[in-house]
Design a protein around this ligand. Structure first.
Ligand code: SAH
Length: 665
């Protein structure tokens, strides 16, 4: 404070603050605040309780931001609460939510003792120091969870809760003296009601609502959970208005969803786990509707091509393939060998039996784990169609035969330089086959498609096992690219009007550009479809659940178990959906008229993915990732509680259905 000029400017601003403070008192007087309170507002320097940058607004009758994302209450609201609680000289007051300490300071100018509790340490300490420096030594600040009150100094004649909670904590009412009153905002963020609870002289409680208010959330044991975001309640409320709720799969009204799907050519139906009955059931229901009402001609799954081909033959009333082997017997078997898939295959067979045989609905596999069965299928086809080409192909594929029991070891051997890559040789089989497409396809298009797609599997699987040694992203991308290429070939085969529905995990269906994995360089089937066909021709539909049971293994290759799905993390999208307290719903994410909700949901949150393996113990590290849901999917289908699917052969299949074909039990 050296110069005269500085002293003048300090004095000048003090004068300005003084007149601003008088203006505030006049404003409050005009709103009917009593003299004792007005004296307190005239005395307490509010500019000391707000951040320096906000000082010029300190005496306006508005709330202002303080540290830790909290706010200093609007002076009128402080006055209102003090009046509503009937704070009088000589009384003991409990405040929950010290914040800046301003309301406590005001109350301390009226009452005898003020006890104030704040959950943020920095705020509690800041307020304690400031209040002491102002000489307000009848205010006592405690850093603690105020939803439990401050029992040491109870009972209180008045309790002021300065943050909005879901309900009035019983612990606070226990600390309210006979004849006293508690005042608290109750309700979700943005829409609370100021509630007063009075205790009469005989101990009875009476509750009244005083009006609408808006406070920061009360976070604590008897308040909101610390992990849910302040605005979640508002998002949940908005979500409640935008969803199409349903009781269960069977009763779900799907017309609106089907209308939104409209003329899309590819609909990808996800799943948040690989072992949830409701996900399969709902995918079957939607698929049936798409087939019956929207002319979809194929279901393509995240399963192997030759295995799905068995189901395809069954569903199309074609004779069983001559080579006997158990389809879907590779780990994880339950993914496609389960009751829900079998019932869908039965339905498809009946449906095809009733429909034009020229336009059947097929069942195909997009995945690439069938290296050797696919190689066999190609050779068998060539043996019949082109024996010379079969000889050449046999020699080329023969290079891989030593690795038949362990293709992963092939990748390792190539990576280590112990074995020469077969890349060019196996790729050549596919190239040769495709080069003669016209000759072959003219005879029997579908047999040719089968051979060509098997040759694509061999080529891509060979590359996949090598890519495994270059890291997860490389092999993941190869696999999703393979699925997209196979789907593309299928669409091309089916013709320009073809429509296909895909069943795959959310992690393949969702657009990776909206997820943490995308940021690491991964791409997905759904994203490649959007890019290749245009976003309007494609619908990406994600599925989610909060809790229940699921089929999964603890480690790769181990037997499946029925596991309990833990309730979702409250910070996650699933946690948000759970708070809507609706058993199931369809949430449109794409529509423009839902813009407000879309915006609210776009900020990234955690999302849960349960795959073949589920490790509830380490769930947060191993099963959650960050994503932006409305960018990841076009629609979101929610089941609050879900149940484990039933693997085939668990002895509980419906009577009257053939057990052995097409799954060959
Ligand atoms: N009376 C304060 C208003 C602060 S806003 C003032 O005049 O400045 C509400 C405060 O309540 C915030 O500081 C917030 O951190 C605090 N709070 C929220 N939940 C709490 C809890 N369970 N226990 C104590 N304080 C809590």
């Amino acid at each position: 404070m050296g110069s005269v000029a500085q002293i003048h400017s300090v004095k000048g601003s003090a004068d300005r603050l003084d007149s601003a403070s008088r203006r505030l008192v006049r404003t409050l007087a005009a709103r009917g605040i009593d003299d004792a309170s007005l004296r307190a507002f005239g005395e307490v320097p509010r500019h000391r309780f707000v951040p320096a940058a906000m000082a010029e607004f300190a005496y306006q009758d508005i709330p202002l931001p303080i540290a830790e994302g909290q706010t200093i209450s609007q002076p009128y609201v402080v006055a209102w609460m003090i009046r509503a609680a009937g704070v009088k000289p000589g009384q003991r007051v409990l405040e929950v939510g010290t914040g800046s300490g301003y309301a406590a300071a005001i109350a301390s100018r009226i009452a005898a003792e003020v006890y104030s509790v704040e959950r943020h340490r920095a705020l509690a300490e800041g307020a304690r120091v400031l209040l002491a420096s102002l000489g307000y030594d009848n205010v006592h600040v405690l850093h603690a969870d105020g939803t439990r009150g401050w029992s040491e100094h109870a009972p209180y004649d008045a309790i002021l809760v300065a943050a909005g909670g879901p309900s009035v904590p019983a612990a606070l009412l226990d600390q309210l003296a006979p004849g006293g009153a508690l005042v608290m905002p109750v309700g979700p963020a943005d829409e609370q009601t100021l509630v007063r609870v009075r205790r009469d002289e005989r101990g009875g409680l009476a509750r009244e609502e005083l009006g609408d208010v808006r406070f920061v959330p009360l976070v604590g044991e008897h308040g909101w959970s610390p992990t849910s975001r302040a605005s979640d309640a508002a998002v949940v409320a908005l979500m409640g208005e935008c969803v199409q709720p349903f009781e269960n799969v069977e009763l779900a009204e799907l017309d609106a969803l089907l209308e939104r799907i409209g003329t899309a050519r590819v609909v990808l139906l996800g799943e948040a786990t690989h072992g949830t009955h409701e996900f399969y059931r709902m995918r079957a229901r939607i698929s049936r509707a798409l087939i019956e009402r929207h002319g979809f001609q194929a279901v393509a799954i995240e399963g192997d091509w030759p295995d799905a081909a068995r189901v395809n033959r069954y569903a199309r009333h074609l004779p069983p393939a001559s080579v006997p082997w158990r389809p879907f017997s590779r780990f994880p078997t339950w993914m496609w060998r389960n009751e829900d898939v079998r019932l869908f295959a039965e339905w498809l067979r009946v449906h095809n039996g009733k429909m034009d045989p020229e336009r059947p609905t097929g069942f195909y596999g997009l995945d690439l784990y069938s290296l050797f069965t696919s190689a066999d299928a190609v050779l068998r086809y060539l043996d019949q169609e082109d024996p010379e080409a079969a000889l050449v192909a046999r020699a080329r594929y023969g290079l891989l035969t030593p690795w038949q029991t362990d293709p992963v070891a092939y990748g390792r051997a190539v990576a280590a330089g112990r074995f020469e890559s077969c890349e060019a040789k196996v790729a050549q089989v596919l190239v040769d086959l495709l080069a003669r497409r016209l000759d072959h396809a003219a005879q029997d298009g579908e047999r040719f498609l089968d051979a060509a797609e098997n040759a694509r599997v061999v080529a891509d699987a060979e590359a996949y096992y090598r890519a495994m040694y270059r890291g997860n992203v490389a092999s993941w991308n190869l696999r999703d690219r393979h699925m997209a290429d196979t789907l593309g070939a299928l669409l091309e085969f089916l013709g320009p009007d073809a429509k296909v529905v895909v069943w795959a995990h959310n992690s393949h269906v969702g657009d990776a550009t909206a997820t943490e994995m995308g940021a690491e360089g991964e791409h997905t089937l759904g994203q490649l479809c959007r890019a290749g066909l245009g976003p309007d021709a494609v619908r990406l539909i994600g599925f989610g659940t909060d809790h229940g049971t699921v089929i999964a293994a603890s480690n790769w290759g181990e037997p499946h178990e029925v596991k309990r799905v833990r309730p979702a993390d409250p910070r996650s999208y699933e946690g948000l959906c759970h708070r809507a307290q609706i058993p199931g719903f369809v949430l449109p994410l794409r529509q423009a008229r839902r813009e407000v909700l879309r915006d609210e949901l776009t900020a990234p949150r955690l999302e849960r993915a349960i795959g073949v393996i589920y490790r509830p113990e380490t769930e947060l590290q191993s099963h959650y990732f960050r994503a932006s849901l409305p960018r990841q999917f076009d629609e979101w289908i929610w089941f609050d509680r879900t149940t484990a699917l039933r693997p085939l052969g668990s002895g509980r299949s419906e009577p009257g259905l053939p057990e052995t074909y097409p799954f060959a039990l």
